[in-house]
Design a protein around this ligand. Structure first.
Ligand code: NDP
Length: 286
């Protein structure tokens, strides 16, 4: 039976490091301040934002929530993002995704890129993704950092490991594949057009799955003793949350696996906190 990688416990370590950093900053008279922007009333997004608020408050980061109705215009959202980016008191800005299509249409990338890259704690601006291509010196997307941390908790050195990344989104798949490549893994990126996904996954020492498809990764697709990182969050018809793996059966083959919930989710929030402090330090040349 695989070792269950306890994302909550790992996240607690990262959070306590962040709390200690924030205390040091406060002792020097500084305040770390973070602004989240929520458009519309998507219930899942409201929960995510509330969790982020609680997480910030627990480590001493001042939190501001800015809400706009789902009926707002693109320009109103753009003005708010510009205003928060220009506000010297705010160190981190995050636009909660998804943003209603009625507001952004096909201009999501444009709106994300209005966030000052030095405050972009999600790491999703073209500037920060470009820095990741260059060798991860900017603000690295939080989920990608969470995936790396979870892997390193059971396999500290990724050098030469064969990794299959299922998913190529701007938020998860692409940045994660870049970050793991920067750590000397050999990464194959698979997606919905990949032919014979199982042929790839069976070769992998590590599989990271972020597709949003319950039970996409089954036991017969996994090499014995592989490490499985499940990023997916799916709400099942019975109301329960599940990832993208057939957890029970994959856990019999793998050497280590992340659960859902309690795996990459808490780590993603912890690395958002870490990015806020990194942003503060960069802005204050500390
Ligand atoms: P997207 O829908 O943007 O991307 C999904 C990716 O998976 C796409 O690249 C898609 O391919 C690929 N894919 C979909 N179906 C298959 C399939 N059958 N076989 C192979 N590849 C497939 O989702 P996100 O990347 O935003 O999120 C992925 C999952 O991770 C979701 O469940 C989301 O809720 C969760 N998530 C969890 C986070 C956490 O903190 N734990 C944070 C962010 C997301 P193609 O490009 O060809 O369409």
């Amino acid at each position: 039976m695989a070792q269950i990688i306890d994302g909550k416990a790992l996240a607690a370590v990262v959070r306590s490091e962040v709390a200690a950093e924030v205390q040091k900053i406060q002792a020097q008279g500084g305040t770390v301040r973070f602004a989240a922007v929520l458009v519309g009333e998507n219930p899942a997004s409201q929960i995510y934002v509330r969790n982020k608020q609680r997480a910030c408050e627990q480590v001493g980061i001042a939190f501001e929530l800015h809400t706009l109705p789902a009926t707002c215009r693109y320009d109103e959202l753009a003005d708010l993002i510009r205003q928060l980016s220009a506000d010297k008191k705010i160190n981190g800005v995050l636009l909660q995704l998804p943003v209603p299509v009625a507001v952004v249409g096909d201009r999501l990338s444009e709106i994300l890129n209005l966030i000052d890259p030095r405050k972009d704690v999600d790491g999703l601006t073209v500037a920060n993704l470009g820095l990741l291509v260059d060798g991860n010196v900017g603000l690295v997307p939080c989920t990608a950092q969470g995936v790396l941390y979870a892997i390193q908790s059971v396999c500290p050195d990724l050098t030469g490991k064969n990794v299959v990344m299922i998913g190529r989104s701007r938020i998860v798949g692409r940045p994660t594949s870049l970050l793991l490549t920067n750590h000397n893994a050999t990464v194959t990126v698979c997606h919905s057009r990949t032919r014979n996904l199982a042929e790839h996954t069976r070769q992998a020492d590590i599989v990271v799955v972020a597709a949003g498809c319950p039970k996409l990764l089954t036991a017969d697709m996994v090499k014995k003793n592989a490490i499985i990182i499940d990023v997916g969050i799916n709400r099942l018809p019975n109301g329960k949350l599940a990832g993208d793996t057939d957890f029970e059966n994959v856990a019999k083959v793998a050497t280590a696996i992340t659960p859902v919930p309690g795996g990459i989710g808490p780590l993603t929030v912890a690395f958002m906190l870490k990015n806020i402090v990194v942003a503060y330090r960069q802005q204050n040349c500390l």
